[in-house]
Ligand binder design. Structure first.
Ligand code: ZN
Length: 367
């Protein structure tokens, strides 16, 4: 009886499905690779940096020795002041089996860097971060096993659709245009530094993500470059919504026009609690690939890395997602380490990647 309630089957491809993948000027091998196997994205940068127990002087280097604000904790600055450490972390993730390495630029927008008095350095940080990741990836890549640099664009500490003032729901501390300008500058640095794709990640406000998408479109129109884009949202509570209030299906429908290479979820609740949402997304976003890189479980302030899940636990959960046919890209977020990524790579490798429901694309791959 329930089957009567199902919506009618879609008849034939939609206009979207009639369109081939964009002719990417970088990362052009990614669509073919994604049809062949589940790709692995790296794990946390912050967790690895913590292990080095860096102090204020490490963050400052000589260039910012006399900077008036504290810089400890500004992880993005380390691409300029401790590039040796950031490079070693990239190398460790590549050795663990990551196909895609994220630039260390989660907070490297002018908006986020203003908190440290380093807004004007944002573009330089992104360029340096992309160069570092590029060098690591080029050293690890072979013709048989290419690796890729994902230029990471984080959510910024400001949200365009949520009030920072409980007494004034209409208040905003950032505008769409300010976000767009900051993302444009960040993306320009990442592009100049040599990234292969863009990753708009940890999206908890869809309007912020839309500003990033808009900026990326403007940049690509202006430069003639066309890079794959991955959009990764964050479900922040057990109601299955991102912070700005959308379910994952609503989130997908609001960003689908960007024709991302992949859409997915990262961070937040960890894999166990993320399962229903990644399942839903893998069904609703039928015409794109799915990425998933959760935290190592729920945060635990008592644990050394802040998270409890051991590599076998996280890898077991992602392996089950792969077996269930949800995944095209798998990896880790906060609390994950190269050991987690090696375990995840091993756990997902026996399984076929989820296939897109895209008749034309399947025909092209078969040909
Ligand atoms: Zn995270």
């Amino acid at each position: 009886m329930l089957s009567r309630l199902r919506p009618p089957r879609r008849r034939g491809p939609t206009l979207w499905n009639d369109m081939p993948d964009p002719a990417y000027t970088r990362g052009a091998a990614l669509p073919t690779l994604l049809a062949q196997r589940i790709l692995v994205i790296d794990g946390a940068m912050g967790t690895q940096l913590q292990r080095h127990r860096l102090d204020e002087a490490d963050f400052r280097g000589t260039r910012w020795r006399d900077h008036p604000k504290d810089l400890k904790g500004n992880n993005d600055l380390l691409v300029l002041t401790r590039p040796d450490i950031v490079r070693a972390i990239h190398d460790a993730y590549l050795a663990a089996g990551a196909d895609i390495i994220e630039t260390n630029t989660f907070g490297a927008t002018r908006i986020a860097q203003e908190d440290y008095g380093l807004g004007p350095v944002a573009e330089e940080m992104n360029r340096a971060a992309a160069r570092l990741a590029r060098q690591a990836v080029d050293a690890a890549s072979t013709p048989e096993r290419p690796r890729f640099v994902a230029g990471a664009l984080g959510p910024t500490p400001r949200t365009a659709s949520i009030s920072p003032d409980v007494n004034d729901p209409g208040a905003r501390n950032v505008s769409f245009d300010e976000l767009r300008d900051a993302y444009r500058e960040q993306a320009q640095g990442l592009l100049d530094g040599g990234c292969d794709l863009f990753l708009v990640e940890t999206i908890f406000d869809t309007l912020n993500a839309k500003a990033a998408i808009f900026a990326l479109d403007e940049l690509m129109d202006a430069t003639g470059e066309r890079l794959p884009v991955i959009l990764s949202g964050t479900v922040t509570d057990a109601s299955g919504r991102i912070l700005s209030g959308q379910t994952v299906a609503a989130f997908w429908h609001s960003v689908r026009h960007a024709r991302p290479l992949a859409v997915g979820l990262n961070c937040a609740l960890g894999a166990a609690l993320m399962r229903p949402y990644i399942e839903e997304l893998s069904k609703v976003a039928a015409d794109t690939w799915i990425s998933c890189y959760p935290n190592a479980g729920l945060p635990n302030p008592m644990s050394e890395t802040g998270f409890d899940e051991t590599p076998p636990v996280t890898a077991g959960l992602l392996g089950e997602f792969a077996r269930s046919g949800f995944l095209n890209i798998a990896g880790g977020c906060c609390g994950t380490t190269p050991e987690h990524i090696a375990a995840i790579a091993a756990a997902v490798s026996p399984y076929r990647p989820r296939s897109r429901r895209d008749p034309l694309f399947s025909t092209l791959v078969a040909a």
